[in-house]
Write a protein that binds this ligand. Structure first.
Ligand code: ZN
Length: 232
């Protein structure tokens, strides 16, 4: 049976991917990157989210193994984005928000594959998604397929990239969360995961904590509201 490494940021998407992997694989490890995020809250909620999953889901506890955090602060040297510097989030002429670090996911996947290789894991799981508002080219399905091939060739070992969220929207992500872990997992995502670009955590909405205004909050909020309305 395959063993997986989940790219786990502590956000809604990667938490749902983690639950998805825990339902499928015999052993699941997690990986986060410290790339000088302006809001350290992302790295903090990773730990509490993992602890809550262990505490609330005994069927997953045995499978949820080591967590890795890799220092990629070097990304701060090659990007000029509002994730790492104190500038406002805006859309650039390319249509991408200035939160975009060019090719960031390619770098993440290469580091993930190197760790997976050494740990004997053969599946990488990530929350990349083509339906996302931002259209990051390094999250597209064809990019994932090409990366899977390049990693498998370059490592001379089959490395599979799974992206359970690739073709679903945010409302469907909430539905997937619910189907994987019921109300307990949905509540865990609302209470413990973090998505907001502004790092706001003092206001609790029905869909979780956040400023409610930034693109990440807007997406999470509208997805939740659509899902909640359909559920009734
Ligand atoms: Zn926000």
């Amino acid at each position: 049976m395959s063993q997986a490494l989940v790219l786990f940021s502590g956000g809604q998407d990667s938490t749902t991917c983690l639950a998805w992997a825990l339902e499928r694989y015999a052993r699941v490890e997690t990986l986060g990157f410290d790339y000088g995020q302006r809001h350290r809250i992302e790295l903090e909620v990773r730990k509490t989210t993992l602890a809550e999953i262990r505490a609330q889901f005994p069927q997953w506890r045995e499978k949820l193994a080591d967590d890795h955090v890799v220092d990629l602060s070097v990304l701060g040297q090659i990007s000029e984005t509002s994730l790492t510097r104190d500038v406002a989030i805006a859309y650039e002429a390319s249509g991408l928000p200035n939160t975009f670090v060019p090719g960031r996911n390619l770098l993440f996947l290469n580091f993930a594959a190197a760790i997976a290789y050494r740990r004997g894991l053969d599946v990488l799981v990530g929350g990349m998604c083509e339906t996302d508002f931002s259209g990051y080219p390094d999250c597209r399905d064809n990019t994932m397929k090409a990366t899977q091939l390049s990693l498998s060739l370059g490592l001379d070992r089959k490395m599979t990239i799974e992206t359970p969220l690739m073709w679903i929207n945010k409302a469907e992500t909430w539905a997937l969360t619910q189907s994987l872990g019921g109300n307990a997992l949905t509540e865990l995502v609302i209470e413990h995961t973090h998505t907001c670009y502004q790092g706001v955590r003092d206001t609790r909405h029905a869909w979780g904590y956040g400023c409610g205004e930034c693109p990440a909050c807007a997406l999470r909020k509208s997805g939740y509201e659509t899902w909640a309305a359909e559920k009734k």
